[in-house]
Design a protein around this ligand. Structure first.
Ligand SMILES: Nc1ncnc2c1ncn2[C@@H]1O[C@H](COP(=O)(O)OP(=O)(O)O)[C@@H](O)[C@H]1O
Ligand SMILES: [Mg+2]
Length: 832
């Protein structure tokens, strides 16, 4: 069956956009057909209908004026939408209207106001040759970065950048695709089309160009418009930053909490004093990418210190920043051509703050933001009405006095309106009808209205009125002179609106020559914003400036967990020290459940990250090495997404650490080996500590519930036992949260169970059993010499050792044969 000409046009277009949902413009609607219709109807909860009764085609549609919301919803769900418009006016052509896809909207290329202003929206291109060549771009702000790395770093980058879409020229192999999909959902294959290298890639080395090229081709293909605001690609080296793998980022809850995936409870959440969207986005980037270059870190810290010392200026800066809008994204929209007058008013307000900011900076001896071209830009924007509307097709964009011609049109329409007022007065007198009024509606234009009550004595012809419309309670008329004036008024209004539109487009075009300077200003503002935020937060929470040690010393006094101390009150939080050296670099941490082991270890990691971000830290004094990487194995959150078991995740995290850590790294192993049987777990834990000790020598915090391990300090010189203290008082357990030297002597597991209000019978029975175990003594699994300490609770090998002990203790000489038999039976029962 042959499709209709229109369906043929549709099918041809769909052929070229197979991986997008095609929004096909038909009059006032965008229609979708076939599978697109089925998908869209399901995702958007709109009605699925059929076209063509005989040969039904699934179809659904959305009105063109509300299409934007629908498109946003599809993009959020990871679809791409190709928007096809009618390129001709159907009234003016015979036959088929020409149609074209004018834009493909994809998760990585949306430019809408719907974007979360606190986050970047990145599109990443990956080109695979000998290495991973990756380029990523925030199309809404113009930021473009490029690097070359190995597979492992690629995945770390993926975790840091979190692109909402990835493009490649050729499909990745199956394994790689699966791994990528675990991080990001939208993966597009884009066969390179053009041969021209974009200007933005010009200065790059050849090995870095393919990804940038691919990215540009894709953006150009989908957006079909000017991309002048995209900045020249900036090369960065992934190892210029502290390396944090996927696990560390997640476990330490830097910008997203593990369980709820929200900002609450994260490190990001405590730095809540940025004032601008640009600052907030940059802050997130700084948290995800702590520095490793001491000079760069010190530069940030120095600024924070300045802001701390000069808090009056800092507060003035904060006030100025309050008035600064999202310049980066506004600039992106200027270049993109979808900026409106309201946006430009925001830009104007923002730029008006620059002189104020620069004056403050000069007081603080900080380099000013370059502003030579600023007066020019502000003058350009000055003509805009402060309350300009969203739409640029309704006039009221410019102030009077901005353009003479515009003023003439406006006064013509204004004079006309005055004339109408006078007319109303005049006609009231002439007809003697006091309720007569002159009014306007869109269908009939201007008219004279007379209420029903006055009509019976009214002779329309006598007054030269022509009847136009009859309502239930009134009659509407027109007169010749009214219609003449109407033409004048409406003509002037229309001319004014058209002129304003043209003036606006010109203004928008003119502004394009200032993109670079505006972007540079936005960048500086973002940096200042993050730094003043660091200062504000540091002062509010009593942070100190960290110092960096050259000889790998980690010495924190009165360290606190930056997030936990906020959740509970500051006074309740127990600060702790941490002191690790080049030759004493492992802490083996014991202590009852709930005593604060995990919190302690995380706080050391978070403080290190904060310091390397350039922030002050929650300590009374802090001296740290600069860590190249941090590895973590924390908690027992099952990785449900990738279907890996807890234990497998645990081992993968451990592997990452053991393979990659160096002497300059920090390793946090929280109760490793928990996910498997006791023997396995204990053996693995011990082997790992020995490996770290003998081969890596990274700073390591290792908490464990295997008390057997505390004897390792006898054989491993670099290992120190510490414990988090708890105290028994009147049969109850009191957590002191205080870190003390040496190993813990009691694990208090039963006390914690009691705290959790387990049935009393269970608690009592557990105490009895524990007593038996304790009397039975302990069998060390360590081959090394015995330690004087007796570590009480052991959780394995106990039944056999009880029996063994009992046999040893029997006085056979004094037993009757029957007694011996009974005893034997008892022991056998025990073992069974
Ligand atoms: N230094 C501290 N001061 C006050 N409360 C703390 C401290 N450290 C931990 N806590 C509290 O104890 C709880 C348990 O801590 P956690 O580190 O999970 O213990 P563990 O890992 O030893 O089981 C935390 O949720 C926190 O409320
Ligand atoms: Mg814990």
């Amino acid at each position: 069956m042959k499709p209709t000409p229109m369906m043929a046009q549709y099918l041809a277009m769909k052929e070229e956009h197979q991986d997008s949902i095609l929004f096909f413009r038909l009059g006032d609607f965008y229609e979708m057909f076939y599978d697109d219709a089925v998908t869209a109807a399901r995702e958007l909860e709109i009605t699925l209908t059929r076209r063509d009764k005989k040969n039904p085609i699934p179809m659904c549609g959305v009105p063109h004026h509300s299409a934007r919301g629908y498109i946003e919803r599809l993009i959020e769900k990871g679809y791409k939408v190709a928007v096809c418009e009618q390129m001709e006016n159907p009234k003016e052509v015979k036959g088929m209207v020409r149609r074209e896809v004018v834009q493909i909207i994809t998760p990585g290329t949306v430019m809408d106001t719907s974007l979360d202003e606190g986050s970047h929206n990145y599109l990443m291109a990956v080109s695979l040759a000998e290495h991973f060549n990756i380029a990523y771009c925030d199309v809404s702000t113009g930021e473009l970065k490029v690097t070359l790395c190995d597979e492992e770093t690629f995945f770390n980058e993926l975790a840091a950048v979190k692109p909402s879409e990835i493009i490649t020229a050729e499909p990745f192999n199956h394994a790689l695709t699966a791994k990528i999909k675990a991080v990001t959902t939208v993966l597009s294959v884009h066969d390179q089309l053009s041969t021209d290298l974009p200007e933005q890639a010009g200065q790059l080395e050849a090995t870095l160009q393919p990804a940038v090229h691919l990215l540009f081709d894709y953006v150009t293909m989908t957006q079909k418009r000017n991309l002048a605001h995209i900045e020249p690609a900036v090369y960065y080296h992934a190892v210029d930053y502290m390396r944090l793998d996927l696990y560390a980022k997640r476990n330490l809850e830097l910008t997203e909490s593990i369980r709820l995936k929200t900002r609450k409870g994260t490190l990001l959440s405590i730095f809540n004093e940025t004032k601008t969207p640009m600052g907030h986005r940059l802050l997130k980037e700084w948290i995800e990418r702590p520095l490793i270059n001491q000079a760069q870190i010190e530069e940030r810290l120095q600024h924070v210190k300045t802001f701390n010392d000069r808090f009056i200026e800092r507060d003035e800066l904060r006030t100025a920043l309050n008035e600064v809008y999202d310049i980066e994204r506004l600039v992106g929209r200027i270049s993109f051509g979808n900026v409106n007058a309201k946006d430009l008013v925001q830009l104007k307000y923002s730029l008006e703050q620059l002189p104020v900011i620069n004056q403050l900076l000069s007081k603080l001896s900080i380099n000013p933001i370059p502003d030579d071209q600023l007066p020019e830009i502000v003058t350009l924007l000055d003509g805009l009405n402060d309350d300009a509307p969203q739409s640029i097709k309704e006039g009221n964009i410019f102030k009077s006095g901005f353009n003479d011609e515009l003023d003439t049109f406006r006064s013509a329409s204004k004079d006309g309106k005055l004339w109408l007022n006078e007319l109303q007065q005049q006609e009231r007198e002439r007809t003697g009808i006091r309720s007569l009024k002159v009014a306007y509606n869109k269908v009939f234009g201007y008219y004279i209205e007379i209420s029903k009550a006055n009509l019976h004595q009214f002779d329309a012809d006598a007054f030269g009125y022509t009847r136009k419309q009859t309502l239930s309670n009134a009659e509407r008329f027109i007169t010749e002179s009214l219609k003449e004036k109407e033409a004048l008024i409406l003509g002037a209004e229309e001319k004014a609106i058209n002129l304003e539109y043209d003036l606006f487009v010109t203004l928008r075009e003119t502004l394009k020559s200032f993109l670079t300077i505006l972007q540079a200003a936005a960048k500086r503002i973002a940096v200042l914003d993050v730094l003043q935020n660091f200062s504000q937060v540091a002062q509010r929470n009593d942070y100190v400036q960290p110092e960096f040690s050259a000889d790998r010393l980690l010495n924190l006094s009165d360290a606190r967990h930056p997030v936990v101390e906020q959740v509970m009150s500051r006074e309740d939080y127990v600060p702790n020290d941490c002191e690790l050296y080049d030759d004493a670099f492992i802490y083996l941490i014991t202590g009852p459940n709930m005593s604060g082991k995990s919190t302690y270890m995380r706080q050391v990691a978070l403080i290190s990250i904060m310091a390397q971000m350039g922030s002050f830290v929650p300590c009374s004094r802090a001296e740290l090495p600069i860590f190249d990487q941090i590895f973590t194995r924390i908690g027992a959150a099952d990785d449900l997404v990738s279907g890996q078991s807890t234990f497998m995740v645990e081992m993968l995290e451990a592997k990452n650490a053991l393979n990659n850590a160096t002497k300059d790294s920090l390793i946090i192993f929280d109760e490793i080996g928990r996910g498997t049987s006791t023997y396995d777990g204990l053996s693995l834990a011990q082997a790992m500590i020995e490996y770290v000790h003998n081969h890596i020598q990274a700073k390591t915090l290792f908490s464990t519930h295997y008390h057997e391990l505390v004897q390792l300090d006898q054989t491993l010189n670099g290992l120190t036992n510490i414990h988090v203290a708890a105290k028994e008082y009147n049969g109850e357990l009191i957590f002191l949260h205080k870190v003390m030297p040496g190993a813990v002597e009691n694990s208090y597991g039963i006390h914690v169970a009691q705290l959790a209000a387990l049935p009393e019978t269970v608690i009592t029975r557990a105490r009895d059993i524990l007593q038996i175990f304790e009397q039975a003594g302990n069998h060390d699994i360590m081959p090394e010499k015995k330690h004087e300490h007796i570590y009480e609770q052991t959780s394995f090998n106990l039944f056999s050792s009880t029996v063994e002990e009992e046999i040893k203790g029997l006085d056979i000489a004094r037993m009757t044969p029957i007694e011996a038999l009974i005893k034997l039976q008892e022991l056998q029962d025990h073992i069974k």
